[in-house]
Write a new protein. Sequence first.
Length: 251
Amino acid sequence: MEMFSLKGKVAIVTGARTGLGQGIALALAEAGADIIGVGSTTLDETEKLVTEMGRKFHGISKDLHSIEFVEEIIKEAVEKMGHVDILVNNAGIIRREDALEFSEKNWDDVMDINLKTVFFLSQAAARQYMKQETGGKIINIASMLSYQGGVRVPSYTASKAGIKGITMAMANEWAKYNININAIAPGYMATDNTEALRADEKRNQDILDRIPQGRWGTKEDIGGPCVFLASEASSYMNGFTVAVDGGWLAR
């Protein structure tokens, strides 16, 4: 099972305060990685849970709506841990509004954090991997809306379709440097972003009726696939988006 071990690795996880990001951080830590958690506020709970596993944790509070901090994040991670091996671009937001009324602000806010920052943080991480001459892993968090259109979420759909695209584009250029870039497309997950959907009794039931496994996904469901993509077990995977959706796309 050594091929799945992350012992000695350092992983940056954005949006690690709660939800999927926290679940990913904990899964990587359980596999042996030390964690750099990035969030807009403090990450005290995630830090407590990671350190209880005997792994190191360092939190970085930055606003990822802007790319001005991406170089600082990589620099601070290296200063604290000595190197970086894994980047998980999990942070993201959603705005719901009818397409006919959708505002420029709702478009720009989502695209900035969900797509623009993902690309430039990946670029900064890739440059660090090349500087280290170690290779590295980049895992992007896509969505079912990387494949589907959705309703009332045009900027989110555009951003997540873009994630699938840039994952392939970056892999095409950086695979030769021993950098693996893949993505995970979660299905309907029980997170803050889906709270409104789960609170709507009819919409909630409609969603559950389509999921072959008959339940919402949890943050623990993402952990295993993320460890796989962060480990040597996936060393010949590049540019692919893996659905973790309870069978949603199979229907």
